[in-house]
Design a protein around this ligand. Sequence first.
Ligand code: GTP
Ligand code: MG
Length: 354
Amino acid sequence: APSQRHTSKQRFLAEFSQCLYEFVIQLLPTREELIVKEDVRKLLERLIRTIEPESRLLSFGSTANGFSLRNSDMDLCCLIDSEERLSASDLVTMLGDLLERETKFHVKPLPHARIPIVKLSLDPSPGLPYGIACDIGFENRLALENTRLLMCYALIDPPRVRTMVLFLKVWCKRRKINSPYKGTLSSYGYVLLVIFFLVHVKNPPVLPNLQQMPPMRPISQEETTLHGHNIWFFDDIELLRGRWQSSNTESVAELLVDFFRFYARDFQYNTGVASIRAGLLKKDSKGWASESDRGTARERNRLCIEDPFEVDFNVSRCVTRDGLYTIRGELMRASRILASRPERAIVALAQLCE
Ligand code: GTP
Ligand code: MG
């Protein structure tokens, strides 16, 4: 009987891996969508250059890091190479006016937000059945760098890393636990949880720690510092492939089952900080557990995920007590569904994303 159980488990996992690949492929953006988005980026860049001739408009977030689902938002960042430039909030106001006059986008400038942005959207049309939503920010160079870091992690092992991340993005959207504004976690936060798991929890690791690998040539501090943060990481993935190979051979299904089990049961939410840079840290050691400022630090730091470069920044600071309770409930639900191993893997997948 034990060996029979063993084979039925193996069979389930093999079938579930196959289901995951097939499911995720259908959700990738189409070629047309990518072309339209690139056209939109170019159009917006042309318009912005009528205000700031020295500017470039770069894509970041999921459209640039390989973790994009069909119809995902576009995150754009405007970099200005000249010395004298307008303030971000002035730019937001001017660009908002210009786009309102010159394009068919719905335009919402937010010049006074903590990070000033212009929000744009296009209504659905026959060629663009879901429309487009897009945010334009300014000078957010750290976001460009963390996008590049995530892209490098995706490139090391696309079949396992991209499949896991894309599946979890669908899962957390369908289960409605992907809204920082409502006390749950951003997509960026979920991606960091996956990478933390693959670098620091799995043994042997599925991914190397790109921020801790020795550089190939001496690198000056100047080159690797941005706004006071160390942004160095090993980014030559071609070269890395020749030097490093994971000895972890688990399938994507095994990894996903284990991911849910780890975050449902084992991760130390009360004391731990997930850091892809440094492994598991303690809230105490980062000063993220202090009660001194009337309990607010504690409320902000229910779930702690250290940003890879802005190490004083908790990416999951928006997660509330209720939000975390809901997220953990969902992780346990997913873990339970997978542990029960329904007869058909496709049924498990459908239940997970109900
Ligand atoms: P979808 O939009 O759901 O497809 O996911 P996404 O991968 O684009 O993630 P999200 O929209 O959450 O974030 C987009 C990008 O913004 C990320 O890749 C980061 O570069 C940046 N970002 C988002 N949240 C934070 C944050 O809390 N801190 C920092 N430093 N950057 C963030
Ligand atoms: Mg995004």
